[in-house]
Structures are given as C-alpha cells and as structure tokens.
Design a protein around this ligand. Structure first.
Ligand code: 5GP
Ligand code: MN
Length: 320
C-alpha cells in the first residue's frame, strides 16, 4: 500500500488509534498525521486520541490532537494500532460516517477482524509504526515523521529487545536515525524516564509483588487510594509491568491497577512460553502473544486466580 495513493482523491482525512494511547499508537498516528501535513498540504487532516502522556510532548503535532469527535463525514478515516472497532471509542462515529476506511495494524488475525474497507494488517511486524512506514515514500519522510516512527518502534519492542523485533525493524530504525533524530533522548525521555513519584510507586509495587506458581509468575497491584496518594494516573504506571517481567525465573508478569469498584486494568507480559493474548481474549481484551491486557471485573485475587488457572492449562497442554 502507498498511503498517498490511497487518499489521492480525498480532501479531508481523519485519523485515530486505540484507547489509552501508548508509544506505538502515538508514534503511528502522529507519524501519519505529520507525513500527510508535509506531503499533502492541501489536505484537511484531523487526529483524534485521548490525552497522551507528558513524556511524548516532543512529538510534532501532539498539541493538535483532538479529543472530541467532530460531526464530519471524512473522505477517508484511518485507524492505526487497533485490532477492533470497539477500541476507538469515543471516535466510532467518525469511522462510521466516513466514505472510506483504512486500518493499518499489527495485531494477530484472531483479534483484527478486518473491520475497515481496506486493511493492512501485519502480525509479524514489531509495531503499527513499522507497518505504516512501509506505506511511505522514503524520500518524503522528514525528521518529525522519523521521530514518530522511531518512538513507536522502541515502545512496542521494549527498545529492540522483545521477540517481535526483526532485522527489518532494525533497518527501519536505522533509516530513522539517518534523518537526524535525537534517538538517545527519545529512548531516555519517552521510555525510561520516571518522575520521582513514579519511582516511588514503582518501588512500592515491587515491594508488594507476589511470586506464585513455583516462581514462574509474579503479580502486583496498585489501588485507587494509592494512586490518589501519589497523585498519579494509570498512564504513569507503564514501567511497572516491565520491571516485574525482568524478575529472574518469571515467565508471566501480571500488573493490575484499580479503575473502579471491583474493576481493574490488567497488563500481562510473558517471556517465552505462555500466550498472554489468549488469556486476555478470554477476559474480553487482547494484545500480542508476549504483551496483552484487558479490563476485568473482580477483586485482584479473583482475577489473578483465574489467570493462574489459564496459565496452568497452557502448561498442561504444552506437556501433552
Ligand atoms: P498494556 O499492557 O501495555 O496496556 O497493553 C499491552 C498490549 O495489549 C497492547 O498491544 C494493547 O493494545 C493490548 N491491550 C491492552 N489492554 C487491552 C484491552 O483492554 N483490549 C484489547 N483488545 N487489547 C488490549
Ligand atoms: Mn502497537
């Protein structure tokens, strides 16, 4: 697909990504937004997302993101980094009213049900940003676009170390570096940097983490009261699951934060064996084999117990 070809007859285009936008969601949507702004100056482009985290403030165009849907029938509406239409709330109406819809994504086919008119879905790609880049003309990518693509790639690969990282991923990242981006700053500031309170709540979550299943699994949780005490929101708890995952001997890490009465946002990561996307799907969520999530009803213990049973079932199936 060549994205400029796909939209050549359009006068107005809308773009969105998934709820609670992460680095890849922001990198891909802003990457496309900036690419279209530069290469189709005549085009009217709107980007819709929830409010992004402050660590992404260096991305060009971030202040132009809209948070409420306009009542516009877009010529083309493009959804990135999102496998199902229910994850673009509250912007579904823009999608439904559009004359043509495109989805550019990297979620596996059991989750990406080809909901758009045109679907470019590459489950083997590290990130939606990587898939998006293949739709660009290389010489039309400027530094601002390169910063977005690079950001998306480093976030969905955990800075080039998850198994979704390929030689192609590295090649694209290398090309982005050649555009003159400040890659060390991008990695430090958007991926690793923690505020003082983020470090405090990370420390607390690690201190209270619990190993189970012979040390193969670990979980920790943060309550609404704790979040209020430290003055943080769910957006600022991103690095905790990553640190839990690194625990020696652990195959599956689970992190939960309370979002309502008996309701939790759950993140899961696995190292080599357990398919956490399958587990998330059973709770109505989704993601990738090694990184998935869902929002679940129940207490921390009831959710963790259920996940534990599903992990056990996968181990039993593997041994047969
Ligand atoms: P995280 O744990 O960082 O929130 O998400 C890890 C992966 O799982 C991401 O690819 C994200 O899109 C996916 N994911 C997280 N929560 C949900 C959810 O509630 N529904 C679906 N379908 N995917 C999710
Ligand atoms: Mn992604």
């Amino acid at each position: 697909m060549n994205i400029l070809e796909e939209i050549k007859d359009a006068a107005c285009v809308g773009i969105t990504g998934h709820v609670r936008p992460d680095g890849d969601c922001l990198g891909s949507t802003l990457g496309l937004y900036n690419y279209l702004k530069v290469n189709r100056p005549d085009l009217s482009v709107d980007l819709y997302l929830e409010q992004p985290g402050a660590e992404f403030s260096y991305l060009t165009g971030i202040d132009e993101i809209l948070h409420t849907p306009k009542n516009v029938a877009y010529d083309v509406f493009i959804v990135l980094d999102c496998g199902s239409i229910d994850r673009i709330e509250p912007f579904t109406q823009c999608f439904e009213q559009a004359k043509k819809t495109i989805c550019i994504d990297h979620h596996i086919s059991s989750q990406n049900n080809d909901f758009a008119d045109i679907n470019l879905v590459k489950p083997e790609a590290s990130s939606a940003s990587e898939v998006l880049y293949t739709t660009f003309d290389e010489d039309k990518v400027n530094k601002a676009v390169a910063e977005c693509i690079y950001t998306g790639i480093i976030h969905d690969t955990g800075v080039f170390k998850y198994s979704c990282t390929s030689a192609k991923t590295m090649e694209i990242a290398g090309k982005m570096m050649e555009k003159g981006i400040a890659y060390s700053d991008i990695i430090d500031n958007s991926f690793y940097k923690k505020t003082y309170v983020q470090n405090q709540i990370l420390g607390r979550a690690l201190l209270e983490s619990v190993l189970f299943y012979d040390g193969k699994c670990i979980f920790s949780n943060v309550t609404r009261d704790e979040m209020a005490f430290y003055g943080v929101t769910g957006k600022e708890l991103g690095g905790i699951i990553e640190q839990l995952r690194l625990t020696d001997g652990v195959e599956v890490a689970i992190f939960l934060y309370e979002t309502g009465d008996h309701e939790h946002k759950v993140s899961m990561r696995s190292k080599k064996q357990i398919d956490v996307a399958k587990i998330a799907a059973e709770f109505g969520g989704g993601g990738h084999v090694r990184a998935a999530g869902f929002t679940g009803k129940g207490t921390v213990y009831s959710i963790v117990n259920k996940i534990g049973e599903m992990i056990e079932r996968q181990y039993v199936d593997m041994s047969q």
